[in-house]
Every structure is written in structure tokens, then in C-alpha cells.
Design a protein around this ligand. Structure first.
Ligand code: G1P
Ligand code: ZN
Length: 538
């Protein structure tokens, strides 16, 4: 059936699809308009398969049913949907690739809170399993501004609890177990027997699924297959409101895990993942591994796992991620790419076989096995490395710093600040930064001051204005950018990175104090945002 509709304001997909408050998505026709705008931006999907799943957050169930009906009415041949409408983001990417689907929808607002007052999101991934490229999201946005009708089948909801295939008109709906294909992939990549052996020998861990999507995956892989004790996986049942928690695996929202890992009762290894399962937090007994360090350490040791034994094609990090990875790349003579923030920029490099491992400071790490970052993958690669090296996480981390030096690194977020003030701050910085080049500041000299611009080496596309960088002669960096994933006001992110070859055991914030102070002096962050300090420090 065809339903007449009118455009809504602001259905512009950001870094990770369209993300809004649940109440916004609940407006009649809102989700339908966006889904139809995606379909209208695609060609050649008739008869092909579409993958559907979400992180189980509030409103997931409703939108899954809408998407199934709309896929049928628009002429897809098949929908592959996770049982109960569940699929993690990396699992969705894998299923799109494995079954050569045309694309897929991931229903999630990632690490944002859920529940009736929380956030919801819809993200479209293409046939390579990765987030829609900018050209496509631009076309989708253009469609949202002129949409006048959408197509949807009538009829009862599909029973998503039962595994198996049923028909909806000419379209097949296949309900699959969300974990099976993902687990098969992980078993191909890693030495499960070596990890299981270590666990049998008494190695203990805690994985916090934060009441989000990774619970079922972690129960199946860590507990049932690798043999960690029952109860090693905590908050393992996906809840529509994530139990009222903020499913963002950082030191603020995963504080319980952090406190445990710093206490005498700590297990050998602690980890957590986010709402949709693509982010990771790694904490060893007595040591937090920053995501920027983690990607560098994984790249340095990946050859110890089966899938990466032949070495890496190259590596990549997002621009604000610390330069720790660059040092590993230089030592191993690997190409190292610096991309704008957002996983989609890694897609071309992965597809072209130029890189094998990549990561972002925001707790995203991944490889060429899918086209999304992958939380449990990072956990398993760490476990594989620990099992092979027979060292503790702390020993591996400290050994890495001794070998490559240490990048002290922190991100300061000013969340939900007044959008006008934040935009003005950035505009003024843009006008000001050319004058900062050559300035003596914060104990050094600013060698480069620019607004990061990326030339994609694979398709030649250019992404401008990706963040203002002040790069010092010794490689220290101050970076300012506005978040592309917030749902209220603006979020200003300040990133500080400082390389140190000798003093490896300092406390991070004090090691960075001079740079942090200078960053505020230049941009007047506190006075312009009216805040005493950042909301979140990671
Ligand atoms: C944030 C992170 C970025 C990540 C994105 C999606 O985007 O900073 O690294 O790719 O979420 O998970 P931002 O809000 O900074 O635009
Ligand atoms: Zn996520």
C-alpha cells in the first residue's frame, strides 16, 4: 500500500546514521519517511536480500516490523533478521558480507542511553558491510526533504521469536540466530584452543555487556565456548532501557568495572562493550588501556593470532586518535593512514586491501574481517595475545611503552553545550589558527595549525573541515572538533596528545596539564560554554 506523507525537518544522517530522541522517532510516519528515503536513494535491490537487526533498545521491536513491511512493499526478495530483532553492529556487517546481501539496517543509537526518554537511531550499511558513504547519505538526506509517499505492506507482525523462514507476499523473511555466524567468524580468526587452555589454567576475566547487545554473544563465546566461569559476563541480558545505564564503555560509565580492576579482587582481564557492540573497553589488572594505545598494541602483536600471522597490509587511525599507532607502523614499516573521525572512512582502505587493522580513540577497534568496529573482536584479540605471550596485560602495556615510547592522551568532552556558542567558538578558531603557526606556546613551538582535510587515496574524494589541529614541533597535538553524533545541543571535543620517551609512568592529566591549559586559553572553552570543566574526561 502507498501512504501519503510530508517531509520532516532535519532527517540528516550523521556519522552513524539518523540518531534522534525516541519521542522524535515515535511521530507518525517519521521512521517510515527515513526508511523510504534510503530505499529511494538505492538502485538495483529488487529481489535481493536486506539484513535487519538492532541493539534491542526501546522502539527496536516496532521499527523492525515497519522495516520488514517496507522492504516487502519496495520489492526486496528477502529479509534476513536476527531473532527478536537483535543483531550487534559487527554481526550485521558480517551477515551482509557473508550472505552477499544488498545492504542492511542497524537500529541503534550506539552508546547513547535508551528507553522511552532515550535515543534511537537507524543506520544503513551497504553491500560491503560498512556504513553508507557520504555520497549516499547526501542522497538520502535530499530525499527526506522532498518525500511525498512511502510503500508498506499491510498485515500482522512477523513472529521474530521463531528461527526459520516465512513469506510476506513475494518476500521471504528469514529469522536467524544472531550469534552463530559471528561466532563462526571469530573461531576462524583466533586460536580458541590457546585461549581456552589459558582459561583452564586459571586465567579469570569479567566482561560487562552493559545490559546491551553483546550479552548473548559474550555468554556464548566467552562462557560457553572458551570456558570462563559462569558469571564472568555481567549485565548480559539486553534490556530496552539498558537497565537505566549509559551503555558507553568508558571510565565514567563503566566505573564499577574500573574500580574492580584496580582493586585487589581484580580478575586478570576486564572488558566492556557498548549498546550495539562495536566499541570496547580493555582494562588489565591494575592498568587501563586507552583505546589509542590498544590499537597500537594490537597492531604490534596481531601476528600472534591465526588470522594475522602473515602480518598486516597497513594500519589506520582517525585523526584525533593518538599517534601511538604511527610509532608501531614506523617500526614495522607499515603504511599508516590518518582519516577523519568515523568508521566509514576506513571502509575504502579496507576494501582496497591497504590496511588490516584500524582504530579510533573513541573505543573503536577493528580489522578487515568486517566493515565496522568490533568490540568482542578486540577482546578476543587481546585474549589471544595474552595467551600467546604468557604475560599480563600490564606487562604487555609497559613493555610496549618501553619499546615505542608513550603517547599520553586524553579527550575532554563538553556535552550538550549551547549550539550557537559552540559553532561560534569553532568559527573563531578557524579565523584564528593561521596566526598560531610558529607561536611559542605550552613549552613548545606550534609547527602546524590547520583544519584537517582528508584526500581519500582510493576514490579521490576530499573531506574538509574535519577538526582544528595545533601540532607542536615535538609531535604533541591539540585538536578541537564538534561531535557529529549528539542528539541535543552541541558537543565540543578537545583531544590532547603528547609523546614522551623517558617518563613513562606519569599520571595522564598531569602529564598533559600544560597543553590542556593552553588549549583553553586559545579557544576560551570554559568562558564561552559557561562550563567549569568538561562533562566527560576519557
Ligand atoms: C563519535 C566518535 C567517533 C565514532 C562515532 C560513532 O563520533 O568520536 O570516533 O566513529 O562516535 O561511534 P562524534 O560524536 O565524535 O562525531
Ligand atoms: Zn556503538
Amino acid at each position: 500500500m502507498i501512504v501519503k506523507t510530508k517531509p520532516f525537518d532535519g532527517q540528516k544522517p550523521g556519522t552513524s546514521g539518523l540518531r534522534k530522541k525516541v519521542t522524535v522517532f515515535q511521530q507518525p510516519h517519521y521512521a517510515e519517511n527515513f526508511i523510504q528515503s534510503v530505499f529511494d536513494a538505492l538502485t538495483g535491490f529488487a529481489g535481493k536480500a536486506l539484513v535487519l537487526g538492532g541493539d534491542g533498545r526501546f522502539y527496536n521491536k516496532e521499527v523492525i516490523q515497519i522495516a520488514i513491511r517496507m522492504a516487502a512493499a519496495n520489492g526486496f526478495g528477502k529479509v534476513i533478521v536476527g531473532q527478536d530483532g537483535l543483531l550487534s553492529t559487527p554481526a550485521t556487517s558480517n551477515i551482509i558480507r557473508k550472505y552477499q546481501a544488498f545492504g542492511g539496517f542497524i537500529l541503534s543509537a550506539s552508546h547513547n542511553p535508551g528507553g522511552p526518554d532515550g535515543d534511537f537511531g537507524i543506520k544503513y550499511n551497504s553491500s560491503n558491510g560498512g556504513p553508507a558513504p557520504e555520497k549516499l547519505t547526501d542522497a538520502i538526506y535530499a530525499n527526506t526533504k522532498k518525500i511525498s509517499q512511502y510503500k508498506i505492506e499491510d498485515g500482522a507482525d512477523v513472529d521474530l521469536a521463531r528461527i526459520g523462514t516465512i513469506q510476506m507476499g513475494a518476500m521471504a523473511v528469514e529469522v536467524i540466530d544472531p550469534v552463530t555466524d559471528y561466532q563462526i567468524l571469530m573461531e576462524q580468526l583466533f586460536d580458541f584452543d590457546v585461549i581456552a587452555q589459558m582459561i583452564k589454567g586459571g586465567f579469570t576475566l569479567r566482561f560487562d555487556a552493559m545490559s546491551a547487545i553483546t550479552g548473548p554473544y559474550a555468554h556464548a563465546i566467552l562462557e560457553k565456548t572458551l570456558g570462563t566461569a559462569a558469571g564472568s559476563v555481567v549485565n548480559g541480558t539486553p534490556l530496552p532501557d539498558f537497565g537505566g545505564h549509559h551503555p558507553d564503555p568508558n571510565l565514567v560509565y563503566a566505573k564499577d568495572l574500573y574500580d574492580l580492576m584496580m582493586s585487589p579482587a581484580a580478575p586478570d582481564f576486564g572488558a566492556a562493550s557498548d549498546g550495539d557492540g562495536d566499541r570496547n573497553l580493555i582494562i588489565g589488572k591494575g592498568v587501563f588501556v586507552t583505546p589509542s594505545d590498544s590499537v597500537a598494541m594490537l597492531a604490534a602483536n596481531a601476528h600472534l593470532a591465526e588470522a594475522y600471522a602473515k602480518g598486516l597490509a597497513g594500519v589506520a587511525r582517525s585523526m584525533p586518535t593518538s599517534a601511538a599507532l604511527d610509532r608501531v607502523a614506523a617500526a614495522k614499516r607499515l603504511d599508516c593512514y590518518e582519516t577523519p573521525t568515523g568508521w566509514k572512512f576506513f571502509g575504502n582502505l579496507l576494501d582496497a586491501g591497504r590496511i588490516t587493522i584500524c582504530g579510533e580513540e573513541s573505543a573503536g577497534t577493528g580489522s578487515n574481517h568486517v566493515r565496522e568496529k568490533d568490540g568482542l573482536w578486540a577482546v578476543l584479540l587481546w585474549l589471544n595475545i595474552v595467551a600467546k605471550r604468557k604475560l599480563s596485560v600490564k606487562e604487555i602495556v609497559e613493555g610496549h611503552w618501553r619499546e615505542f615510547g608513550r603517547n599520553y592522551y586524553s579527550r575532554h568532552d563538553y556535552e550538550e553545550v549551547d549550539a550557537e556558542a559552540a559553532n561560534k567558538l569553532m568559527a573563531d578558531l578557524r579565523a584564528q589558527f593561521p596566526k598560531l603557526k610558529g607561536a611559542k606556546a605550552a613549552g613548545g613551538v606550534i609547527a602546524t595549525a590547520d583544519d584537517f582535510e582528508y584526500l581519500d587515496p582510493v576514490d579521490g574524494s576530499v573531506s574538509k573541515s574535519q577538526g582544528i589541529r595545533l601540532i607542536f614541533e615535538d609531535g604533541s597535538r591539540i585538536i578541537y572538533r564538534l561531535s557529529g553524533t549528539g542528539t541535543a545541543g552541541a558537543t565540543l571535543r578537545l583531544y590532547i596528545d603528547k609523546f614522551e620517551n623517558k617518563q613513562l609512568g606519569l599520571e595522564t592529566q598531569s602529564a598533559l596539564a600544560t597543553l590542556i591549559k593552553y588549549a583553553d586559553d586559545v579557544a576560551q572553552i570554559k568562558s564561552r560554554t559557561g562550563r567549569k570543566g568538561p562533562t566527560v574526561i576519557t
